[in-house]
Write a protein of this length. Structure first.
Length: 568
């Protein structure tokens, strides 16, 4: 294929009616001031979209435009162009045909990039046009760093040899410490975790290996296995970063630190635990740049969302969000606080730990070692004249009773509780020793939730239910079970072969109506259970999971997996 010709982008867009002369003049003036690329200025100013520019270039040069959202690159071809060059030249090897490589460019008129890529891949190439945002997202996704992590782990193993690790060597104070293999290994692990949207990193010493796993969309995936000899060095470095006691290996420790990864600020909560073969380290990653979701972006069914919003805007009462660890309870409560946050309201949170910083809200982290307990902080918070109080978790009878008294005396209290569903929540409070009258007077609403994995948009395909799946669906859909089209994910480069990409919530809700208040005061808890079931009328977590299945947003298998968490 001939080398590309140079095109005046502004003139091309004007000729195609996508840009006015005045807009081009303003963009050129901005380019002189800032030095930014003209195409980026057009997009950022809202004159045209990236896709319009790409399609205009493709049409002028008579080359194809490729929508990377609908395209699955081949891993063996992608690696022909190293990641650094792919980012530098804004190009990606897509596929091959008749001995030529097809390469997607964001700027197909860049002659230097074209010549350099031909030199690197040593093959004839054909051009295609792709948008910059899609290209960068694809690079982040497809250039997996598993091999690099394994290589750095081997480098660290070779450096350590059979000599015991010296604490002083890993303090990060010596010249060149930032280039030490353990530092480069951890940096690469964090970058890959952020790339793959991992929520947790698990570093687990085994008898003959150190296993590193990522939790992605709620499911653990093995990232790499390294020599067991590096386990001590890795754990020691992480303890130093988080200010933990490096000499204490016999007891669990908790801490946190902040790292900057690709211009993203990530809070890391770290937990260490002594195991048979060394210290196991688990890190929860909280990306402060990702922003918090609002209630309207959490896929809460409209009927549930309307009632939840009405409940949290009351002047007093208690609203509980329930579910197991990792079910998104804190995210829901933060979304509620974000909606309530205004200059007219005093909001105080009592958390362990504080996960996200919320501007305009007074957040307190408990510290048991100095007797700054939930109970003590909550009592102090109520003397600060708050309108809304968030208690991270109702851990015991005392905390529950203080929170409920606060809700009775004119405060809106939001909190969480570990129960399977909404019906069992008031009963759990009674089991904790909270008086019946207090539960009846204070509790306004209970929201139970789980997170289900969302079907990958790029590899979703029709799926015929197995006999077991068909029977499970029939429980909720009855005779309508055969009237829907079901889907599953085949697995592709966009979803790392899992068939899923991202997660969304399923919900059920219970309002403490007059009937339920009377029922909870009855000695027989079965009276309350029957009344609650009548109110919910089948609007359960399982029913909400089936709703997502018939909408094609998740799979039957995923809905069944989640249902096993709350079905006894």
């Amino acid at each position: 294929m001939a080398r590309p010709e140079k095109i005046r982008l502004g003139d091309l867009l004007i000729a195609q009616g996508l840009l006015t002369g005045e807009q081009l003049k303003m963009a050129l003036d901005e380019q002189k001031r800032s030095g930014r690329k003209l195409g980026r200025i057009f997009v950022d100013s809202g004159y045209v979209t990236e896709e319009e520019i790409s399609k205009a270039l493709a049409g002028q040069l008579r080359i194809p435009f490729i929508d990377l959202k609908q395209f699955n690159p081949r891993p063996e071809l992608i690696k022909l162009l190293p990641e650094a060059q792919a980012r530098r030249f804004r190009a990606l090897v897509l596929d091959e045909a008749e001995g030529r490589l097809r390469v997607g460019f964001t700027d197909p008129t860049d002659l230097a990039a074209y010549d350099e890529i031909v030199r690197i891949v040593r093959r004839d190439i054909e051009q295609a046009v792709v948008t910059e945002s899609q290209l960068l997202a694809t690079i982040d996704r497809v250039y997996r760093r598993t091999e690099e992590i394994s290589g750095l782990a081997k480098e660290l193993t070779a450096e350590l040899g059979d000599v015991p690790v010296e604490f002083g060597d890993l303090l990060g104070l010596a010249p060149g410490a930032e280039d030490a293999p353990v530092v480069k290994l951890l940096q690469t692990v964090f970058e890959e975790a952020l790339r793959t949207r991992a929520s947790d990193i698990h570093i687990e010493p085994q008898e003959r290996a150190l296993r590193i796993r990522f939790r992605i969309d709620g499911v653990l995936h093995v990232q790499t296995e390294a020599d067991a000899k590096i386990a001590t060095a890795v754990a020691l470095r992480l303890k130093l970063m988080s200010g933990l006691d490096i000499s204490e290996k016999r007891l669990p420790q908790d801490g946190r630190f902040n790292v900057k990864i690709r211009n993203a600020s990530v809070d890391v909560r770290i937990s260490t635990m002594p195991t048979q073969y060394g210290e196991s380290v688990v890190m929860r990653l909280l990306n402060q740049n990702s922003g918090l979701l609002g209630l309207d972006r959490m896929n809460i069914p409209p009927r549930v969302l309307e009632r939840l919003r009405h409940a949290i805007r009351r002047p007093s009462g208690m609203v509980l969000v329930t579910g197991p660890t990792g079910s998104g309870k804190t995210t829901t409560l933060y979304a509620a606080l974000t909606e309530l946050n205004s200059p007219e309201k005093k909001i105080i949170t009592v958390e362990d730990p504080v996960e996200y910083r919320l501007p305009g809200i007074n957040q307190v982290q408990v510290h048991e070692k100095i007797d700054l307990s939930f109970e003590r902080v909550l009592r102090a918070a109520l003397r600060q004249d708050p309108d809304v109080v968030l208690v991270g978790e109702m851990r015991d009878q005392t905390t529950a009773e203080i929170g409920m008294r606060a809700s009775i005396t004119g405060h809106m209290v939001l909190s969480t509780l570990h129960t399977n569903d909404v019906i069992s929540t008031p009963i759990r409070l009674l089991d904790m020793g909270v008086p019946r009258y207090m539960v009846a007077l204070s509790l306004q609403m209970v929201l139970a939730q789980r997170l289900v994995r969302v079907l990958c948009e790029n590899c979703g395909e029709p799926h015929a239910p197995t006999p077991n799946e068909h029977e499970w669906l029939r429980y909720e859909l009855a005779d309508k079970v055969d009237g829907y089209t079901y889907r599953r994910g085949r697995g592709c480069a966009h979803c790392n072969g899992t068939g899923y990409q991202g997660r969304t919530g399923v919900y059920e809700i219970l309002e403490m109506t007059n009937e339920l208040v009377e029922a909870i005061n009855h000695e027989d808890t079965g009276v309350f259970v029957q009344a609650a079931r009548r109110q919910m009328a089948g609007q359960t977590l399982r029913r909400d999971a089936v709703r997502l299945v018939v909408q094609g947003k998740t799979t039957i298998d995923e809905a069944m997996r989640i249902s096993n968490q709350f079905e006894e």
